[in-house]
Design a protein around this ligand. Structure first.
Ligand code: XMP
Length: 322
């Protein structure tokens, strides 16, 4: 739209003024819409003087790493460094079952990998600016200060250590989520990225109840992709706030398939309706859609022989299981 075009153009102009004709910037991409829109704006403003970093921790959903590495780069022309850190995260998470411990480990490893990338970028010359996709609600939540500290580092894996060597560039500081999405459309970003539902920073790491492993991640990724595909096909994306799919990796139940007995894992569907994730209600997804998801998951994902539905509101249940 015309006004959104103006908002984007004004933001690009302001970024140019802030960074100046020589300045360089870095930006971490998480796969989410906020960092993507912020990065795309800064790229428009300063081109190759922006370097983006994508830490591939192996905990994203099916297709999401490719969205960043291939589609986002193709559309924006952003200069991107990809850190393939999947092995490192698997090793660090090996045998860990406690949810908060998982979060701590993922956050810590993320920062270490990002700092390695940062060092490599700094070897090409000084960088004074760090781009962050801070939104207006984040600014309000944190008391509204401008500054150098990262507001959400306690919560988001996309968060970085406070690093006072950098000035922050926060082109989304005045925008609400729906405006960010419209800006993303204006910038031509991939629809899957622009309309992505909330997804936690620690990713699938906190959707496996039990220890994380490569095999378990693959199982969950397939089941999650089927659920998302069927919810989208049924036109429910805008009604559902988010729908975690959770793998109960240490639970097995008996099933039967063909003429064989199975002893597989259950997955939980957790579709919720919400305004802000503070409270939520379980979504009344039509039975035929649930049936299709269940049939497809149990047919297409060998290790899963049972699909269950979470009908708990928040409170008392949180949206995620961990
Ligand atoms: P809960 O499970 O607390 O989730 O009801 C509320 C919202 O926050 C997301 N969530 C997280 N996001 N890092 C994040 O960036 C996290 O560790 C984390 N834990 C939960 C969750 O997906 C929901 O949208």
């Amino acid at each position: 739209s015309w006004t959104m075009l103006n908002i984007v153009e004004d933001a690009v102009e302001a970024i140019r003024a802030q960074i100046g004709p020589e300045g360089r910037a870095i930006c971490g991409l998480s796969g989410g819409v906020d960092s993507a829109v912020a990065a795309a704006m800064v790229q428009r403003a300063i081109g190759d003087r922006l370097t983006c970093v994508f830490v591939d921790h192996g905990l994203l959903r099916k297709g999401e790493a490719e969205q960043v590495e291939r589609d986002f780069v193709a559309v924006t022309g952003v200069k991107l460094r990809v850190a393939d850190a999947q092995e490192r995260f698997l090793k660090a998470l090996d045998g860990v079952t406690d949810p908060e411990e998982k979060r701590k480990i993922i956050g810590r490893e993320f920062i270490r990998v990002f700092e390695d990338e940062q060092r490599a970028i700094l070897a090409d010359g000084p960088v004074d600016f760090l781009v962050q996709g801070t939104l207006y609600p984040d600014v309000v939540e944190s008391g509204g200060g401008t500054g150098t500290a990262n507001i959400k580092s306690h919560h988001n894996v996309g968060g970085l250590p406070d690093d006072l060597r950098f000035s922050l560039v926060e082109p989304l500081r005045a925008l609400f989520k729906d405006e960010v999405r419209r800006a993303g459309e204006e910038l031509g970003l991939p629809a899957a990225m622009v309309w992505r539902q909330p997804f936690p920073g620690p990713g699938l790491g906190i959707r496996i109840v039990g220890a994380v492993s490569r095999e378990r991640l693959e199982i969950l990724r397939e089941a999650d992709a089927i659920a998302r595909e069927e919810l989208t096909r049924a036109g429910l994306d805008r009604d559902i706030w988010q729908c975690p799919v959770v793998l109960l990796a240490d639970v097995r139940s008996v099933g039967v398939q063909g003429d064989g007995r199975t002893y597989g894992h259950p997955v939980v569907l957790r579709p919720v309706s919400s305004e802000d994730a503070m409270t939520a209600d379980w979504s009344r997804v039509p039975y035929d859609v649930l049936a299709r998801i269940s049939t497809r998951i149990t047919n297409e994902v060998r290790e899963i022989n049972r699909v269950v539905l979470d009908v708990t509101s928040k409170p008392p249940g949180t949206i995620e299981w961990e």
